[in-house]
Design a protein around this ligand. Sequence first.
Ligand code: NAD
Length: 293
Amino acid sequence: MNKILDGKKTSLRIKEEIKIKVDKLISEGHRPPHLAAILVGEDGASLTYVTNKVLSCKQVGFKSSLIRLPESISEDELLKEIKKLNVSEEIDGFIVQLPLPNHIDDEKVLLSISADKDVDGFHPENFGRMALNMESFIPATPFGIIELLERYNIDLNGKDTVIIGRSNIVGRPISILLSRKTKIGNSTVTVVHSRTKKLEFYTKNADIIVSALGVPGFLKGDMVKDGVIIVDVGITRVKDSSKKKGYAIKGDVDFDSVYEKASYITPVPGGVGPMTIASLLLNTLKAHKKSIA
Ligand code: NAD
């Protein structure tokens, strides 16, 4: 049996579906969806993420704009840039790539983004609506996980789910989503984190584990039960001189030992990462629909 939840293949299918919709929109006389991304500073990993997002826009026929701002930009200047995007009729949705420099208040930035263009789904309005099971933008990584589980017909109903990590962008939202009364939900969710005692007690009893802590190889085979479903969100660059780039991308899961026991597992790379980008595109398409409605 193939145990791999293949995010790469699934994301390509989603992109094909989006492309068909975009072609139809254009044939009906609409402009293509337009995603903008603000990148502050020169962080290599952030630049790679944003570049991938921009390239994916091209693949599906979206327009994209990358707005690069210097590390030294003041908070006020950044807020002005955001304001411009909020009112632009040309742009359907935008993201501000994190992390931001220390002198900029993340919370102020987040609150300044129009909820209607918040395709990252981080604004409290979208987050609250998501928690209440109302129409909203769902943060891209959790959305990608839901989409992947759905497309593999994974049944979560009544299952015990453990989420490792409680960040605002992954752990917390996915914990809300998987316990909601929805098709890919209805599971009994436990959130474990850095202060959890006896973390293994929870992971060993879990039917599904979503790992989002950012510690490579953290989850080992002896910490899970037979038949477990594993979603590995972790992406960490680990030095590796055998690689051209000098590093390898590692997930939170010790793949070989966990694979033995798992019924399904996402690889890293090729699992949640590409699904995150596909979900950002889905959110942008949704924002565009709103703008032409
Ligand atoms: P974060 O650092 O904001 O949060 C990490 C969480 O893990 C915290 O809640 C912390 O309590 C918990 N944690 C840390 N050490 C722990 C330990 N020893 N035991 C139990 N819990 C522990 O991270 P994040 O932004 O949620 O990202 C997590 C990982 O997912 C990172 O590797 C990140 O790069 C990756 N990520 C991947 C994608 C993707 O598209 N695949 C998207 C976002 C984040």
